[in-house]
Design a protein around this ligand. Structure first.
Ligand SMILES: [Zn+2]
Length: 116
């Protein structure tokens, strides 16, 4: 009886550690396999698309090859992605960080872009 109780206590103490470790290693391997992505706004078609982070801006569209992709930022009020202005405009005019329609501060992240 006491032996059974001892085992139960030990298991209860060890289980969270083991689960925590496996959880960590699984998350890390997923991060290694999945490249970081961000949402771009296509100034030509006015559509959004999700692509791996990196490269120059404006970035080349994977289908047209035209450099029409700029970073997109999300308005939680309009529930819409907007093209982010160039960095120099962002630094010069703080209002350019807000939604052009409703004035709500835009966020870098949001729901994944609709597959086109
Ligand atoms: Zn808005």
């Amino acid at each position: 009886m006491t032996r059974y109780t001892f085992c139960t206590v030990m298991l209860a103490a060890i289980a969270p550690c083991v689960l925590g470790l496996t959880g960590c290693s699984r998350n890390r391997s997923e991060a290694d396999e999945t490249p970081a992505t961000m949402v771009y706004f296509d100034t030509a078609s006015r559509e959004t698309l999700t692509l791996p982070v990196g490269g120059d801006v404006p970035a080349a569209h994977p289908e047209t090859g035209q450099r029409t992709l700029v970073p997109a930022r999300y308005c939680p009020d309009c529930e819409h992605w907007h093209a982010s202005p160039p960095l120099d405009v962002l630094q010069r005019d703080p209002r350019s960080r807000n939604c052009p329609k409703c004035g709500t501060p835009l966020k870098d992240g949001g729901p994944a872009a609709e597959p086109s």
